[in-house]
Ligand binder design. Sequence first.
Ligand code: FDA
Length: 300
Amino acid sequence: MAGNRWLRDRLPKLWFARRAVRRFMPGEDVESALKAAEAFKADGIATMFTRLGENVSQASEADAVAEHYFGVIDTIAARGLDGEISVKPTQLGFDFDPDRTLVHLERLAERAAAAGGGTVWIDMESSAYTEQTVALYERLRPGHANTGLCIQAYLRRTAADLQRLLPLDPSIRLVKGAYAETAHVAYQSRHDVDANFVALAVSMLEAVRSGRTVRIGLGTHDVGLIEQISAHATALGLEKTAIEVEMLYGIRSGEQRRLAREGYLVRDLIAYGEAWYPWYMRRLAERPANVIFALRQLLP
Ligand code: FDA
């Protein structure tokens, strides 16, 4: 459904869908996201901002997205928030001009560095983009230390990608993966995905233990996995802060606060923007109970 054009054009106009999506985003405008970030700050939780949208088809649209994020970076700094941005390559023209995407990312990283050094994160999209996105980061990272890349534990190739990335002393956000992928490219069972998630996280912890600088973000709401990986970090003699827990706005909020109180670094990814349809469909797919929640919004 995330890729269905007919639904994408119609569903977001329905009032109950707009009401249901509020569970996962504080509002469509950036100001709502910034206000939510101020509340998180009071709870010791840092934030990350993403303006929803993907697969733009015109250079002018990609340029406008970059321009928008320049403003967000400046506002984050002006308001004293510990906030970073996370961007989809196809939102910056990756489908038709990857060199332009690279230039946009370089400029965003330079702007973020000038504003105080927050990281510019690159989201990982479907497997059709994985090779190109890893290669993009290999070009970006050497000159721009404040950049990070998302990698997906469900992909069979990710262990090899990680070995390729570690020599760059990267910033990595490890997630399970949100797109429908075939068995040829991705592990299909929860058990296999979780096992690979732990193995990848432990590889990064061991790299840190052996002297590499790797910023390790665990982008998951799976608290059991987080605690298991944290125990590995402790066994390796690393601090709790060797990992950063990253969760989405509206999901497991109580656990986000609990983990922050217990001394974990916690960062909440706040999405905003009008183009929420495919992103919201992926959130529903992750947990069938969310579909029931969405349908309940039909009730008064
Ligand atoms: P899992 O699906 O096993 O869920 C663990 C538990 O968390 C569930 O039992 C449930 O309680 C809760 N939960 C999970 N999802 C929920 C939901 N939608 N609603 C309510 N409860 C839910 N993916 C990608 O392909 N590219 C990317 O760039 C990113 N970026 C990204 C950034 C950050 C900060 C996060 C947290 C996630 C992503 N993702 C992503 C999404 C990721 O791949 C994955 O789809 C989701 O995080 C859901 O999987 P979990 O790891 O939470 O585990």
